[in-house]
Design a protein. Structure first.
Length: 160
């Protein structure tokens, strides 16, 4: 696996003018894995065709991993069922802090295969993350962090 480190201008991807974004690219035989070190907000535009190529110069199947806010307006939603169901909500998909995986494959596949790949990624990610004693709940294709409450003996009492 070869490793490359890049810095690109954020203005190239319409984020912030004159600032840099750090990311690393790990090339495997089958795909490129891009880890974005800086925070990058997800707007829905990131699943447009060739986003990884245009943004990170990745020229084969890829997975881009990044953390940041998530704010997807109805105009940037791709799932027609979600668009119809949430048409009266200004920002239907929203999170203050999320880890995002954007995957792009260039083989010709049907919708069933795409859906299966997405489900496999979600199930594998859940299993790997939970192996670090982090509790997650799966809701469709989303993984949600579960905050467990501590027993009372571990909580500090406020004085006064």
């Amino acid at each position: 696996m070869s490793f490359q480190k890049f810095r690109i201008l954020r203005e190239i991807i319409n984020l912030y003018h004159g600032d840099f974004m750090d990311f690393e690219v790990f090339d495997t035989e089958y795909m490129s894995i891009v880890f974005v070190k800086d925070r990058l907000d997800y707007t829905g535009k990131e699943i447009e065709p060739l986003w990884a190529f245009k943004t990170f110069d990745v020229q084969k199947d890829s997975i881009v991993v990044f953390r940041g806010k998530m704010e997807v307006t109805a105009e940037n939603m791709k799932d027609l069922k979600d668009v119809k169901r949430e048409r009266n909500i200004k920002i239907p998909i929203k999170s203050e802090d999320a880890i995002n995986f954007v995957v792009e494959h260039f083989d010709a596949v049907d919708l069933k295969t795409i859906y299966l790949r997405q489900r496999l990624l979600v199930f594998i990610a859940k299993e790997v993350i939970e192996s670090y004693n982090v509790k997650l709940k799966r809701d469709g294709m989303d993984l949600i962090l579960v905050f467990l409450s501590l027993p009372q003996k571990y909580l500090r009492r406020r004085k006064g």
